[in-house]
Design a protein around this ligand. Structure first.
Ligand code: RAM
Length: 358
């Protein structure tokens, strides 16, 4: 599947993107009230009738625009098929913060938990308890060990995500020089897989490009900003930064935009068009990549539904359908290790960024 609506604008894409924008403007799915798990995060209850589809989304952290977009789209999809959407999550992107929510959701007896994991192993005990209680466990965006979930909904392949970011930075720095990585949290499964693949690919394809450092901004805006400043003073010859996180790249762009490094040190990675627009327009950033986080939320919702319905079990070759993706794609097949893949990363530039609103 490709992210075709982004490459060739159609009225259906415009409608899909417009609906995301309207939901965002209304603030749906982003309301905060006190949680019953004792964490400092929050809960957002959906209003649909529960049926058999009581589905809880657990992002890495709340207040992250990427997850706001995916979870708002999930809410719409789940309520569209008669289910009840709920979003819970910690304020900081830590595994500890997620465990208490998983335990609470298990006690509540939801039908499915859909989570983006802050750690590959640390959530496993609580997720296995959830599965033992007949709760379907779907990871999306960031996986856990395959033994601790039923299926993983991935934005794209690890290699494609890694290669697109390395190619972008290589193109911007003339394929040579020092590059550093500003990641999310140190244990994030998705970023760690992408970083490993980036290092392998860069060493093979760009022998004169050296990845000299990896630092962690914890998907926290201020920490990411401070780590960018520190990177630039630690590595005076740095030519480029890759930040494979929407929070990190936005904070790094903000730092660079008013610094002496603007236009001299390249910045790319994974960002949302809305976060990055001003930095593309002011020349701080040339290009960056992502997929549509709303589509990821919708696909994860339909994966949960298919699993609750017993249409799929996570076995390779299982097929199911999803509705409402911006690509008009409907048919999906479970791959090896219970993986469902959305599509390919898309590159945003000054020329196309105006077409997107998420
Ligand atoms: C941040 C999170 C998320 C990642 C995106 C690209 O929002 O770390 O897990 O997929 O960036």
């Amino acid at each position: 599947m490709t992210f075709s609506p982004l490459t060739s604008p159609t009225s259906s894409r415009r409608r899909a993107l417009a609906s995301v924008a309207v939901l965002a403007a209304l603030g749906l799915g982003a309301s905060a009230c006190s949680s019953d798990s004792g964490d400092t995060g929050s809960t957002s209850e959906g209003s649909g009738s529960s049926g058999d589809y009581s589905i809880a989304f657990l992002p890495k952290n709340l207040g992250n625009p990427y997850f706001d977009t995916s979870d708002q789209a999930a809410k719409k999809a789940i309520e569209g098929f008669g289910g009840e959407f709920k979003e819970v999550g910690p304020s900081e992107a830590t595994a500890d913060g997620q465990v208490s929510y998983i335990n609470t959701l298990t006690q509540q007896g939801v039908n499915a938990i859909v989570l983006s994991a802050n750690d590959v192993n640390a959530l496993c005990d609580s997720l296995k308890e959830a599965m033992d209680a007949d709760i379907k466990v779907i990871t999306f965006d960031s996986d856990v060990d395959p033994s601790c979930r039923d299926a993983y909904v991935s934005a794209s392949s690890t290699d494609l995500i890694a290669q697109s970011q390395v190619d972008l930075v290589a193109e911007q720095i003339g394929q040579a020089g020092e590059v550093a990585i500003l990641s999310a949290s140190a244990n994030a499964t998705n970023q760690n897989a992408w970083i490993e693949a980036m290092k392998t690919y860069a060493a093979q394809k760009y022998p004169n490009l050296q990845i000299v450092d990896t630092v962690y901004g914890d998907d926290d805006d201020q920490t990411s900003f401070d780590k960018t400043e520190a990177l630039l003073s630690t590595h005076p010859n740095l030519k480029g930064i890759i930040s494979p996180t929407t929070v990190g790249i936005a904070a790094a762009a903000r730092y660079l935009s008013t610094s002496q490094y603007k236009g001299k040190v390249a910045l790319t990675g994974l960002g949302t068009p809305n976060d990055m627009r001003q930095y593309v327009e002011d020349g701080t950033v040339t290009s960056f990549a992502l997929w549509n986080p709303a589509d990821l939320g919708v696909l994860a919702s339909y994966t949960a539904k298919a699993m609750i319905d017993g249409d799929i079990t996570g076995e390779e070759g299982d097929t199911f359908t999803a509705e409402g993706l911006s690509s008009d794609e409907t048919d999906f097949t479970v791959e090896a290790d219970g993986i469902v893949t959305l599509g390919e990363p898309f590159v945003f530039t000054k020329e196309n960024i105006g077409q997107f609103d998420f």
